[in-house]
Structure formats: C-alpha cells, structure tokens
Design a protein around this ligand. Structure first.
Ligand SMILES: NC(=O)C1=CN([C@@H]2O[C@H](COP(=O)(O)OP(=O)(O)OC[C@H]3O[C@@H](n4cnc5c(N)ncnc54)[C@H](OP(=O)(O)O)[C@@H]3O)[C@@H](O)[C@H]2O)C=CC1
Ligand SMILES: O=C(CO)COP(=O)(O)O
Length: 337
C-alpha cells in the first residue's frame, strides 16, 4: 500500500522535498497561498521560489490544510522556524494519531529557544519525530545534481522506513539516531555561513574562508555537544557537510546575507530585498543565549549576532576576531581540554 506524504510549506525546500517524495509515493504539498498551489498542480512549477525548474506531474498542491493532512501517513514540516509552531498547531487538529513528523527546518524558536523537533513533541505529543537534513541546496537538487542527506530519528526502524520515501537515483539518504546533533548541525551552520559570507564581502581570501569554516565547526561542536549531540555527528553530513555547502555556495541565502553585510549594506535593507528566509539572522541571537547558558565560547557566532542585531560592522567583527587570544584548537571539543 502506498504511503501518503504531506509537505507543509511550499517555499524552495518544501517544494523540492515534495518533488523528491512525489517520484516515490503519493505526495501533497500545502501552500498557504491558493494561487501558488494552483500553479504547482496545473503548471508543475513554483514560479515564486523555483521558477527555472519543472516539478513532477504527480505532485499535487493545495491551500486547504485539512485536505493536505487528513489522510497522510507521514507529515513533513517545511515552514521557517518562527512560523513553525503556529503552522503545526493548525495541522494538529487534522493529523491522525502516530503519524511520523519530519522537520526540514533549520532554525531555533525565539523565546523558547526550542529546536523544531522539540516543538513537534510539545504540539503533537506521541508522534515519532525526526529531521531530514544535510548539504542540500534546493535548486541544485532540482537541477539533478547528486546530493546526500540524513534522516535522523531516535527509532532506527522508523528512520529506515522513511529513508526510502525521499531517496532518488541522485539523492542518497543515510540514517542517524542522533536527532539533537543532526538538527543542531543544520541550525548552527547558518550562523557560521553568515560569517563566511561577511569575509567574502570584505574581500578576504580562501584561507580565511577555510579558517572560518573550521573554527566554525569547533563552535558548532562545542554547543552541539553541550546540548546533547553526539560528537561524531558534527563531522557528518548534517555537520561538516552542510557547513561546507552553505559557507561556500553562492546559492546559500545565509552566506548571501553575510556577503552583503561585508560589502557594507545594513541588515534591514538586505532582508527587505529578499523573498526567502535566511534562518541564521534570527537564530544567531538564540544561539548566543544558549552559548551563554551553557558556558560555550562561540566568538564567530557572537560577532555574527552583534552585526545582525547590534549595529556592529562586518569589518569590526573581523578585527575583533583577529585580536582574540588563540589557545588550543580543540578546547571545549576534546573532553580533556
Ligand atoms: N532552500 C534550501 O535549499 C533549504 C532550506 N532549508 C530550510 O528549510 C526551511 C524552509 O526554507 P525554504 O523552503 O527554503 O524557505 P523559503 O523562504 O523559500 O519559503 C518559505 C515558505 O514557508 C512559508 N511560510 C512562511 N511563514 C509561514 C507561516 N507562518 N505559516 C505558513 N507558511 C509559512 C512561505 O509561504 P509564502 O510563500 O506564502 O510566504 C513559503 O512557502 C528553512 O528552515 C530552511 O533553513 C533546509 C535545507 C535546504
Ligand atoms: O540549508 C541549506 C543547505 O543545506 C540552505 O542554506 P540557505 O538557507 O543558506 O540557503
């Protein structure tokens, strides 16, 4: 019997994952705007977010939430982090018991500081919850370039059952039981990608980018381990893999924000000019709250937060970073240091 997938949120990534699933199994994509749902179903394209890519004929979209959710066997959430809870609350009344919920969202909720999988457990308790994450820039995947992701769930059997729903000839899906680590890898790399973009915007070189990525990975690992992630997860697809893709790709929205900050534009004008989410901007503040609470040093993330929220310039941020004392490179990551 077919497993029916519902994907909530028809932005770049929700649409792409729905396209992957639709090649394997009946899939319904929920868009909050009826005109976008209509375009996806009838023209097989998403003109707002992925105008240059064809979508599978089998992919059906609707703006009717009940229609999207009531018969689904797997729910996929692709709404950005600050709207995630509200969207899931609306979904909850239509969701059948025990349907697994997979989050694609790479951010933390302001105020509660929660990961999306924690919000799922709070809003729809009892449903198995996991994340699908990794170095997955939407447009590349739709263009047919090979990529790999991780389906992270506590229960390996459920992860294995879900793995096949998204897999394709060119899209490899691995499993991992470390939901916390995989989810935080995706969240934290967005903040570091803003820093990498700032360096590029300031005209720094490849060595600088490599240093930001590597020292960024140390910060991600430090906080990720303090919050319960498995150390090895951060060297996997959800950690290092996603960090490299996001810090180096011209397609990354977070790196793009950083690059423009590096060129001297203000955060407000950059955000106003974008029609897509760059999760690292809001998440940087939450990350620094968590770092403070957990006694984790995160100098790069701290500078990103100061540039995004306190009016510091990208040049001042990098000048500040270069003035810091440099100790052991694995401090806070290796247990004995
Ligand atoms: N794009 C990518 O390559 C990847 C993105 N991600 C993550 O996936 C998540 C979604 O990103 P992405 O699809 O790219 O985002 P986009 O900015 O491309 O699209 C956001 C989508 O969410 C909808 N939306 C926004 N707020 C709400 C709300 N409050 N209620 C319901 N729907 C809402 C938007 O609707 P509308 O169009 O009506 O505004 C739009 O369909 C993010 O956390 C991102 O970090 C993860 C991997 C890859
Ligand atoms: O998460 C992503 C790639 O894995 C997408 O990154 P951006 O949101 O920066 O575009």
């Amino acid at each position: 019997m077919d497993i029916r997938v519902a994907v909530i949120g028809a932005g770049s990534w929700g649409t792409t994952v729905a396209a992957l699933a639709a090649r394997n199994t009946p899939t319904t994509l929920w868009a909050r705007r009826p005109e976008l749902a209509e375009q996806i179903t009838t023209e097989h394209r998403n003109g707002d977010y992925l105008p240059d890519h064809d979508l599978p004929d089998a992919l059906v979209a609707t703006a009717d939430l009940e229609e999207a959710v009531r018969d689904c066997d797997v729910l996929v959430m692709a709404v950005p982090s600050q709207g995630f809870r509200g969207a899931l609350e609306d979904v909850a009344e239509h969701l059948r018991p025990w349907v697994p919920v997979v989050s694609l969202t790479k951010g933390l909720e302001i105020g509660t500081r929660m990961r999306m999988s924690e919000i799922v457990t709070e809003v729809v308790p009892g449903h198995p919850v996991g994340v699908l994450t990794g170095p997955n820039l939407a447009k590349e995947i739709l263009a047919g370039h090979a990529a790999a992701a991780v389906m992270a769930m506590d229960d390996h059997n459920v992860a294995q059952a879900l793995q096949g729903l998204f897999r394709g000839e060119l899209f490899r899906v691995y499993t991992n039981e470390d939901v916390v680590g995989c989810e935080l890898g995706g969240v934290l790399k967005n903040v570091i990608a803003i820093a990498a973009g700032m360096a590029d915007g300031l005209g720094a070189g490849d060595n600088t980018r490599a240093a930001v990525i590597t020292r960024g990975l140390a910060e991600i690992s430090r906080l990720g381990i303090a919050l319960g992630g498995e150390p090895f997860t951060f060297s996997g697809l959800a950690g290092m893999g996603d960090l490299i893709a996001t810090c180096t790709s011209t397609q990354s929205r977070n790196r793009h924000v950083g690059e423009r900050l590096g060129r001297g534009e203000s955060i407000d004008e950059i955000i106003a000019a974008m029609n897509m989410v760059a999760e690292g901007v809001k998440t940087s503040r939450v990350v620094m709250e968590l770092a403070g609470e957990n006694g984790c040093e995160m100098p790069i993330a701290a500078e990103v937060e100061a540039v995004c929220h306190e009016g510091r310039t990208a040049l001042e941020a990098y000048t500040g970073l270069l003035k810091r004392d440099s100790g052991h490179e694995l401090a806070g990551v290796r247990p004995d240091l």
